[in-house]
Design a protein around this ligand. Structure first.
Ligand SMILES: C[S@@+](CC[C@H](N)C(=O)[O-])C[C@H]1O[C@@H](n2cnc3c(N)ncnc32)[C@H](O)[C@@H]1O
Length: 293
């Protein structure tokens, strides 16, 4: 999370430079920790894996926020299913005004606490509600008014609800013309692969059958693409998150003599993230689509 915070906080002032500085600091901190015997190698590998997996995603989100308004303007973000604020709070720390719509009172309570701890309670608004009812909510609640947000997020929520098309339509309507919609889904294709690679062929078969059903039982990338088309959203980017970082067994990475394999893994991930067919097997897939002006 520290990484996410820092990268997003740097979004308006030079995310890349900040990211590089942060990576250096992390590396130095880790080296010191290892010398002090505080961390074992397994943790180091896990940390490197997470960094490699999340860094590209964080950069793209930061770029997306930066791209939706002119310099200095306050960005307005609607985070649907934003939960306890793992994305909303960093965005607010970067200066965005974030409204989180979520059905879970517990998650929203945590969000409020987290926002207060981070000193951004004035920039974060917690709204209890169902994203599938967003269109209706927008008619009566000024804080969810149509066309009032620069960026709408649906991160790891569309796959958890019954009518993702209704939810995405609501988010598209909440975003102003020219604004962006950011969708992150867990990838059912990756789940099939992971189960098969782990030797659980029966479970892999069940999941693939469910995916091959008509209609498919799980939301996949092609379904999100189709929804964007139906809603008139112009798909601008599709990236995999965790293409190789989730695939390479930790034990194998752990067995390597130096940290060079973590660097190689990061580069592998970076090269694969936007490239077909690798992005289609990533554990999560990130799509950015624009509402036409
Ligand atoms: C897996 S969490 C994702 C949290 C966050 N977006 C992230 O990427 O870390 C899913 C969140 O969606 C919320 N959620 C589930 N169904 C919802 C619905 N119909 N409307 C709004 N929020 C919903 C849950 O309460 C939970 O906070």
């Amino acid at each position: 999370m520290t990484i996410v915070l820092a990268v997003l906080a740097g979004a308006f002032v030079g995310a890349t430079a900040l990211w590089l500085a942060l990576r250096g600091a992390l590396a130095a901190g880790r080296a010191a920790a290892v010398r002090a015997g505080e961390l074992d190698k397994e943790l180091l590998v896990a940390g490197a894996r997470l960094e490699a997996s999340e860094a590209g995603f964080d950069h793209r989100l930061a770029d997306a926020v930066r791209s939706v308004a002119g310099p200095g303007a306050v960005r307005t973000v609607l985070d649907c299913g934003g939960g306890s604020g793992s994305t909303a709070v960093p965005l607010a720390q970067a200066g965005a005004r974030v409204t989180v719509l979520d059905v879970s009172p517990d998650a929203l309570a945590t969000l409020r606490r987290r926002a207060a701890d981070a000193g951004v309670e004035d920039l974060v608004r917690a709204v209890p509600g169902d994203v599938e009812a967003l269109v209706d909510l927008g008619r009566t609640m000024p804080e969810l008014a149509p066309a009032s947000f620069d960026l709408g997020l649906a991160h790891e929520v569309l796959e958890a609800i019954d009518h993702p098309q209704v939810a995405l339509a609501g988010i598209a309507a909440a975003v102003r013309p020219g604004g962006l919609v950011s969708v992150l889904i867990s990838n059912p294709v990756a789940s099939v692969l992971t189960r098969a690679l782990a030797g659980d062929v029966a479970a892999a078969l069940l999941e693939l059958r469910a995916l091959a059903a008509d209609p498919p039982a799980a939301l996949d990338v092609s379904a999100v693409r189709a929804l964007c088309d139906q809603l008139g959203l112009v798909l601008e980017q599709v990236h995999g998150v965790g293409v190789f970082t989730e695939l390479v067994p930790g034990a194998d990475l752990d067995a390597q003599p130096s940290g060079s394999d973590s660097a190689a893994l990061a580069e592998l991930e970076q090269l694969a993230t936007g490239r077909s067919p690798f992005r289609e097997i990533a554990s999560r897939v990130h799509l950015l689509a624009r509402r036409p002006s």
